[in-house]
Design a protein around this ligand. Structure first.
Ligand code: ASP
Ligand code: MG
Length: 442
């Protein structure tokens, strides 16, 4: 059997959903298909949640109605039969959501988040499954909350492997169908409270299913031709990587390439299951294969993280940054859940590069200031190059002020400040400085 995963962009409108039908109709193998919420629905649901928690019912309702109308339009375009059961199902879900907004929140932010935001995947899979059955592609809709069990860490559920393993084997026995449609990203606790696996977690769901069912392969269908050596948002001349090793895939994801959710690779690597990344627009093109490939030195890959902050920590008494100080510093970052993208220490200071996370940084700074002298620089970029050489380094440093560099044999990371206005796009570099600036301003 195989596992397919379709992300939000591949179900963003009716024609995209029809395209999934085109891809699936030629498949007679046993298949589990994992699907995300449609388009930008997860973001939209987050907005509804925020309005609801802020007590702004009219705003929450109007957001919810926009989400409802968007889905209804897609559903109507896919299924012309007026009284089809799908419409009743959708109606029940949206009425339920509306009712939820009438009541005071009872749980924590994270718990409320999972109960509401998870419905994006439920709605999306109900529509796709009904459409496929309607158009002659027989399939069985399966609720991930019934087999993917996690602990109670809302928004970051940790998989309870033993029970999940048992439930997945039982549910996906392929006795009545050869095609299952299910949700990514969502699961539930043993007490049946809905949980989620963290943003972009659908890839991880696909990997969990593939691992337990010992799949032949996983295919993640995307709107790009495969894993590219840079994000086309920032680069004009991107190149598709044909084959990459699990190790490289993990590293690229770790440094922030939006290839694949970082947790996805481990379960696949453990069973030697190959991961294909392919274009849903050109399904017969080869894409990228991630597997136990022999080490080949890859072409350079570029990863840009914008809106970075460099936090500088100095001990008040100029004592060295020694283990006891480092321990205090790390405890502080961990305590606020602020993820460190890069760090560097010298004899008398310690520099940490983080995303500009406005909900976490002020707390971290306040805590650090109790023990250290602290300053920070905002508006920076973190550039990572895997398999770098001198030419690639100069290419990305055009019109940048280099603040910090860290290199290992295969990877270089640089914290830079864009020199802004005077910026000229170098002919040679093709780096989209203009676009990057626009992105920064958002
Ligand atoms: N819909 C969820 C998100 O946008 C999960 C996913 O797409 O992987 O984060
Ligand atoms: Mg999504």
């Amino acid at each position: 059997m195989k596992v397919f995963k379709f992300g939000g962009a591949s179900v963003k409108d009716a024609s995209s959903v029809r395209n999934i039908g085109v891809i699936l109709k030629d498949y007679s193998d046993d298949l589990v298909v994992v699907i995300s919420a449609m388009g930008k629905t997860t973001n939209a649901l987050e907005q509804v949640l925020h309005a609801y928690l802020a007590g702004d019912r009219p705003l929450a309702l109007s957001g919810l109605h926009a989400i409802r109308d968007y889905h209804l339009e897609i559903a109507r375009s896919l299924i012309s039969q007026r009284g089809h059961a799908l419409f009743n199902e959708l109606d029940n879900i949206f009425t339920g959501m509306e009712r939820r907004l009438d009541h005071q929140p009872t749980g924590s932010y994270n718990q409320e988040y999972d109960q509401l935001v998870s419905l994006g995947e439920i709605i999306s899979t109900i529509i796709v499954s009904n459409y496929l059955n309607y158009s002659g592609i027989a399939n069985e809709w399966t609720d991930a909350r019934l087999y993917l069990k996690t602990d109670g860490t809302f928004r970051e559920g940790k998989v309870e492997w033993d029970i999940t393993d048992r439930l997945i084997r039982k549910r996906f026995d392929f006795s009545g169908t050869h095609l299952y449609i299910t949700q990514g990203f969502i699961g539930s606790t043993v007490n049946n409270l809905t949980t989620t696996l963290g943003r972009e977690g659908s890839d991880y769901t696909a990997a969990i299913l593939a691992y337990v069912l010992s799949a032949d392969s996983v295919t993640v269908w995307k709107d790009v031709p495969g894993v590219l050596n840079a994000d086309p948002k920032w680069f004009d001349d991107t190149i598709r990587l044909e084959r990459i090793s699990y190790m490289d895939a993990i590293e690229l994801a770790y440094y922030g390439a939006s290839v694949i959710h970082p947790k996805t690779i481990q379960p696949l690597k453990n069973k030697g299951i190959r991961l294909y990344v392919k274009s849903f627009l050109h399904p017969s093109d080869p894409g990228t294969v991630i597997g136990e490939n022999d080490y080949e030195k890859l072409i350079p890959s570029f990863i840009f993280k914008m809106d970075q902050v460099l936090i500088h920590v100095y001990p008040v008494d100029f004592s060295f940054i020694a283990e006891d100080n480092l321990e205090k510093i790390f405890r502080c970052f961990a305590g606020y859940g602020l993820k460190i993208n890069l760090m560097q220490n010298s004899a008398v200071s310690f520099d940490v590069c983080v995303n500009n996370d406005r909900s976490r940084i002020p707390g971290v700074l306040a805590d650090l200031e109790k023990e250290f002298r602290v300053s920070s620089t905002t508006g920076l970029e973190l550039i990572t190059i895997r398999y770098y050489d001198n030419a690639t380094i100069s290419r990305v440093l055009v019109n940048k002020d280099l603040l910090l560099t860290q290199r290992t044999r295969n990877t270089i990371q640089m914290v830079v400040k864009d020199l802004g206005e005077a910026s000229v796009v170098s002919e040679k570099s093709n780096v989209k400085n203009e676009k990057r600036k626009m992105k920064n301003e958002k």
